[in-house]
Design a protein around this ligand. Sequence first.
Ligand code: FES
Length: 289
Amino acid sequence: MSDETHFASSGAIDTADRSSDLAEADLEALRTIAARYPRSRSAIMPMLHYVQSVDGRVSPRGLEVCADILGLSTAQVSAVATFYTMYKRRPAGQHHIGVCTTALCAVLGGDELLTAVSDKLGIEAEQTTEDGMFSLERIECNAACDYAPIMMVDWEFMDNMTPDKAGQLLDDLASGREVHSTRGPKITSWRQSERVLAGFNDGQAGQGPSAGEASLRGVEIAHERGWVAVPETQTAKPAGKVVKQANATSGVETPAATKRAVEPAFKATVETAASPKPKRTRTRAGGAK
Ligand code: FES
């Protein structure tokens, strides 16, 4: 049986490469991050992001420094660094590209998009181009399915991507032209994004539109049809009994048990919609919308 893994980046930290650019000022920054938490070990994740912002990966020295500051063993820090896919064991590119191929993105062209990006860059997923400009990752659902298929550039969303749009985007990045996420923020670099994830604001947090049309469609339908939640006390009826849907438009009748299951969620959604529209926030670190 082959020992070959299907997760090429799932090995340990690359201890053969001892290079590191962490300077004294960076160690001070790491101590600052650790001091933000009541229990300093809670700072492991932002500290590792900071290490990546300097070394372009989780370097052996970065591991040791984090362990030293936090009073942990390098094995304990390494256990975190090798568990999450956002931590890279080999140098990522100046721009890190992620293409989602999970269910909805796959149905809407995610696999074709990944193939097109891979062909364009001349690398496979989990590899970095020779010039260090781009790295490529096959990513799991980023909770942006309403804008599928999704591509990430330095953890910023590129919504509703196509192979053609991706090709133009990569050309623009390679030539140094200014590129913005489809949600607003300017693309800087993967390392800069990692610094933001470490907790150092780059001033772009307020950029971008409020919640987009696709994200709000369900709430609008609820409004149009007058769907409201039934108070808990009124839903305590025998399972299976049919009650009249509070929906003059459709006239649909729904089993009481089903209504009990779904309407609290509707209530929360409708109440949220009645409030000022939420900002569709920056997209780094895994898909908040
Ligand atoms: S399936 Fe791609 S963002 Fe959800």
